[in-house]
Design a binder for this molecule. Structure first.
Ligand code: FE2
Ligand code: FE2
Length: 262
């Protein structure tokens, strides 16, 4: 399966919601648990530009296709953040993109050192870094699809269910890019799968870990994935199908470490 980067760029549009009647939230507001999870997801979507910044100091930015993809991808994630911010706004919760960015800047040294650390680490492992980057991205996007689909089913809401499905649909294209690219780089060297196995089993954590408060990470992962062992297995199977990654159970393991009951 190939990924057509030109087709992706040409057909990339902001997630559509102008046709959805947001006034319905006045009569059918979302519950507090859902709003708390949406706040998290909105923040993570807005945070994509910081991921992009971190990635621009790695060997990935020298790869023309990866650079092209990440530019379009970054816009789509930003629009997801905008859509979720609109929903939160209707519930009196203000999420301002500039404020989110300012908060990141205030994270100070840790955030400032992030790209530097990533840069020296990625240069150490050279081109195999791309295999790590793409597999990491695939895991994040796979869980984004699962999270949006799950929440869409849980809320069963005339506005929220279709909106979350539309976001999930765009996330599936991100999955397609990252998994096809990961396959290519995993097959490119003998060292790549070994390195990826090590990083994914020891370092990978659910999206938002490290940037959001631990209490929020636990809330969201429990809210969406508690007693969803079969779903976690499905996600693990997608990763196991990649070259040299058989037997890896990153989702099962990471959620168990967070104390989410399977
Ligand atoms: Fe997104
Ligand atoms: Fe995505």
């Amino acid at each position: 399966m190939a990924f057509d980067i030109d087709h992706f760029a040409e057909t990339s549009l902001p997630v559509k919601y102008a046709d959805l009647d947001f006034d319905l939230f006045d009569e059918q507001p979302l519950d507090a648990q859902t709003l708390r999870s949406l706040r998290y997801m909105c923040d993570v979507e807005y945070h994509t530009s910081c991921f992009l910044r971190d990635l621009l100091v790695t060997p990935s930015h020298r790869e023309e296709e990866a650079g092209g993809f990440m530019t379009v991808w970054n816009r789509e994630e930003y629009w997801h953040g905008e859509a979720l911010a609109r929903v939160l706004g209707r519930h009196g919760i203000v999420v301002d993109y500039d404020e989110v960015k300012a908060k990141r800047v205030k994270l100070g040294w840790r955030a400032a050192l992030g790209p530097m650390k990533q840069s020296s680490l990625s240069n150490l492992v050279g081109k195999d870094f791309l295999a790590v980057h793409m597999t990491w991205g695939a895991a994040n996007e796979l869980s984004a699809v699962a999270a949006y689909r799950r929440l869409s089913a849980m809320v069963d809401h005339p506005v929220m269910t279709p909106l979350l499905k539309r976001i999930a649909q765009q996330e599936t294209r991100h999955v397609a890019y990252y998994t096809t690219s990961a396959r290519r780089y995993l097959e490119a060297s003998e060292r790549a799968p070994k390195l990826v196995r090590l990083v994914m089993s020891k370092v990978w954590k659910p999206v938002g870990s490290g940037m959001m408060d631990e209490s929020e990470v636990r809330h969201v992962m429990n809210h969406l994935f508690a007693h969803q062992g079969d779903e976690l297995d499905k996600l693990d199977k997608r990763v196991q199908k990649m070259h040299g990654l058989d037997g890896l159970t990153i989702f099962r393991s990471a959620f168990a470490r967070l104390g989410v009951p399977a």
